[in-house]
Design a protein around this ligand. Structure first.
Ligand code: KG4
Ligand code: ZN
Length: 329
């Protein structure tokens, strides 16, 4: 079954064709650059850019896959959580295409899609496992029982991990999104240079606002603008504390649920230091580990097409009442 997936939940307009929930035939991501000017995603601008880019993205995904519209068997779209105005663009396009072509379509939860990245790799991850989903909007520990069934074990009480990276980058005068720049600068800095409080250890939940505030006070206490060396050391110390917290809770969750596998998902899983720390600890503990390639960690539509294909193959269908939602269900 060939499924065309469409993703418009935030600031990437993406379309992809995936076969049988396994084989990626195309994966087109059109990043919206306009938000860089504002230091964060501007919802109204995102919606307008999605309207402009969504059909070109679909055309390109079909062209890259070497397929015509008539060769698509089903459609999948991110229905939420995300920016409602942005989500509605993808949802409307997929409903219209499904209606016009007479083929089935399904809405897919964004978190389920991110986790699905682990089933698009070769060999695919094997549930049950604990997945750490870390992105600009989410920090969740999920017990993944099967490809279609997962349960939250814990999540962030305040900022998402990616949001914390972005805010610290902004404080240091770096561009948006800040995660990649924090990682690059951290590589050059001293991770022990600055004393930052460990994030509050509350069970399997996370909290990043305290450490973000500590960075703010640290910068305020300098009495001058940060030098490049200050920036590197703050980035390195911040990244160390955040990653220690993420890794510690991922493996604690695996231990508490008796899981023999761990996985990563979401944009922050593109962070090399996090990937390395998870891989090393899993190997030490003898746990299976799945870390998807970076292009499947950040927002893309292959994960939507894959997760949608899984639903369609189970016989699930949506109808023209399909709607977008802002927050998790
Ligand atoms: O999954 P994603 O593409 O979009 C959301 O659904 O949020 O994640 C984007 C987030 C941003 O906050 C970005 O700063 C962060 O992932 N990110 C990183 C890195 N690359 C992207 N954070 C830390 N290190 C990175 N290398
Ligand atoms: Zn995402």
């Amino acid at each position: 079954m060939r499924v065309l997936g469409v993703e418009t939940s935030c600031d990437e307009t993406a379309a992809s064709v995936v076969e049988d929930g396994r084989r990626i035939l195309s994966n087109v991501v059109m990043a919206q650059r306009v938000h860089g000017l504002y230091g964060g995603v501007v919802p109204e601008l995102a919606s307008r850019a999605h309207i402009r880019l969504v059909l070109p993205a679909v055309d390109e995904a079909l062209r890259d896959a070497g397929l015509g519209l008539g060769q698509i068997d089903g459609l999948a779209v991110t229905e939420g959580p995300g920016l409602v105005g942005a989500l509605l663009v993808g949802v409307s396009v997929v409903k219209a295409m499904g209606f016009a072509l007479g083929i089935p379509f399904v809405g897919v939860d964004h978190l389920t899609s991110h986790v699905y990245a682990n089933f698009l790799v070769d060999p695919p991850a094997e549930p049950p496992l604990v997945c750490l989903l870390v992105s600009g909007g989410h920090t969740e520990l999920l017990l993944v029982r099967s490809r279609s069934s997962m349960e939250s074990l814990g999540g962030t009480l305040d900022d998402a991990a990616g949001e914390a990276f972005d805010k610290v980058a902004k404080m240091l005068g770096w561009g948006y999104p800040g995660g990649p720049e924090v990682e690059a600068q951290a590589r050059l800095g001293d991770p022990e240079a600055i004393d930052l409080p460990p994030p509050l250890p509350r069970g399997l939940d996370f909290s990043f606002s305290g450490i973000k505030t500590a960075v703010k006070y640290r910068l305020g206490g300098l009495g001058r603008g940060p030098t490049p060396e200050d920036g590197r050391n703050i980035a390195a110390s911040f990244q160390r504390v955040v990653i220690e917290s993420l890794v510690d809770k991922l493996f604690r969750a695996a231990d508490e649920t008796g899981s023999t596998g761990v996985a990563l998902a979401g944009g922050v899983a593109a962070n090399g230091a996090l990937r390395e720390a998870v891989r090393a600890k899993a190997e030490r503990l003898g746990l299976r580990v799945s870390i998807p390639p970076m292009e499947l960690c950040t927002d893309n539509a292959a994960i939507v097409a894959g997760a949608g294909c899984e639903k369609l193959m189970r016989g699930e269908r949506d109808d023209l009442d399909l709607d977008a939602y802002a927050r998790g269900r």
